[in-house]
Design a protein around this ligand. Structure first.
Ligand code: ASP
Ligand code: MG
Length: 418
């Protein structure tokens, strides 16, 4: 069997869903299709949850109306009036969303978040499943909350692999149906309460299903022709990479490339299942394949992290940066959950690049007891993997370089914000 994942952009309007149906028609079966919420619905639902949780019922209702109208427009582009019976499950789903908003929220924000935001995927899969059936692509809609079992860490739930494998094995049996449609991003606790796996988690869902079902391959359909060597919005001459190893993909994700949800790779690597990243705009393009063995990437890869802060610490007692100081500093970063993107040390200074948005204030307070803290705000971190001197010259020449770190594979530059 195979697993295919379709993200929000691939179901953002009626034409996109028709295009998805063409892709599904051409695919080898048996398949499990994992679908995300349509377009930007998850963001819209996040706003709805905030209103609901704060008791702003008017606000929540008006957001609900926008979400409903958005889905209704897609539906009217897909179905004839005679198709109403196909849409019974969709209508029931809308009704239960409306009913939820009539009740008072509990005091647990993350719980309420999962109960409401999950409707994005529930609605999208009802529409996609009904549309595929209307096109003669016979499929069964599966409620992933019943088979992808997790703990109750709402918004970041952990998978119960054993139970999930058992339940999915009993559900995706491929006798009457060769095609199943299910939700990305969602899970369910043992007591059937809905959970979510973290934003952009649908890739991970596809990998979980792939792992427990021993899929032949998993395909993620995107609006780009595969994994590129740079973000085309920043570097217009970005090129596609044909193949990557799991390890290399993990490295790229670590440096900040938004290639694939980072949790996705491990479940696939463990079972040596190849992951294809393909374009839903042109399904005939070969895309990128991620697997165990792969040749070295033949071109430099550019990863730019914006909105960085460069922090420089020096001990107040004029001591050197020793192992003791290092362990104290790193302990504080870990306690305050601040991820370090780049680290440099010298005799008197400890320098790191971190995301600006993280919980920096409390960390700064902790550091100031022992260290003199200086910082450069609004810097960018450029990583060039497989660099050559020529590409460094090209990409860095007109920029102010505040710091750099060059190793065998990577050249990294802290640049003044552009
Ligand atoms: N719909 C969810 C999100 O936007 C999950 C996903 O798209 O992967 O975060
Ligand atoms: Mg999404």
């Amino acid at each position: 069997m195979q697993v295919s994942k379709f993200g929000g952009a691939s179901v953002k309007d009626a034409n996109a869903v028709k295009n998805l149906s063409k892709i599904v028609e051409s695919m080898d079966k048996p398949q499990v299709i994992v679908v995300s919420a349509m377009g930007k619905t998850t963001n819209a639902l996040e706003e709805l949850v905030k209103d609901y949780f704060q008791g702003n019922i008017k606000g929540a209702e008006s957001r609900l109306k926008t979400i409903k109208d958005f889905h209704d427009t897609i539906i009217s582009g897909l179905f004839d009036d005679s198709d109403t019976s196909l849409l019974i499950p969709y209508n029931a789903c809308i009704k239960s969303l409306e009913d939820r908003l009539k009740h008072q929220p509990s005091m647990h924000f993350d719980y309420e978040y999962d109960q409401l935001v999950s409707f994005g995927e529930l609605l999208s899969t009802q529409i996609v499943s009904a549309f595929l059936n209307s096109q003669g692509l016979k499929n069964k809609w599966v409620d992933v909350r019943q088979v992808l079992k997790t703990d109750d860490l709402y918004r970041d739930a952990n998978v119960n692999w054993e139970l999930t494998a058992q339940l999915m094995g009993e559900t995706f049996v491929f006798d009457e149906y060769q095609l199943y449609v299910t939700q990305g991003f969602l899970g369910g606790t043992l007591s059937n309460i809905c959970t979510t796996l973290g934003r952009e988690g649908s890739d991970y869902t596809a990998a979980i299903i792939g792992n427990v079902m021993n899929a032949e391959k998993v395909t993620v359909w995107k609006d780009v022709p595969g994994i590129l060597n740079a973000d085309p919005r920043i570097f217009p001459d970005a090129e596609k990479i044909d193949s990557l190893s799991y390890a290399e993909t993990i490295e790229l994700a670590y440096y900040g490339a938004q290639v694939i949800h980072p949790k996705t790779l491990k479940p696939l690597q463990n079972k040596q299942i190849p992951l294809y990243v393909k374009s839903f705009v042109d399904m005939n393009l070969p895309g990128t394949v991620i697997r165990q063995e792969s040749q070295r990437i033949p071109i430099p890869v550019f990863i730019l992290k914006k909105d960085q802060l460069l922090l420089t610490l020096s001990p107040l007692d004029f001591s050197f940066i020793t192992e003791d100081n290092l362990s104290n500093i790193l302990g504080l970063f870990s306690q305050h959950h601040v991820r370090i993107n780049l680290l440099q040390t010298s005799a008197l200074n400890f320098t790191v690049c971190v995301d600006r948005k993280e919980h920096l204030q409390s960390l700064m307070e902790g550091l100031k007891d022992f260290y003199n803290v200086r910082y450069n705000d609004q810097v960018e971190l450029l990583t060039i993997r497989y660099y050559t001197q020529q590409v460094i010259d090209e990409k860095v020449k007109n920029r102010v370089v505040i710091d750099s770190q060059v190793t065998r594979k990577n050249a990294r530059f802290v640049l003044q914000g552009s």
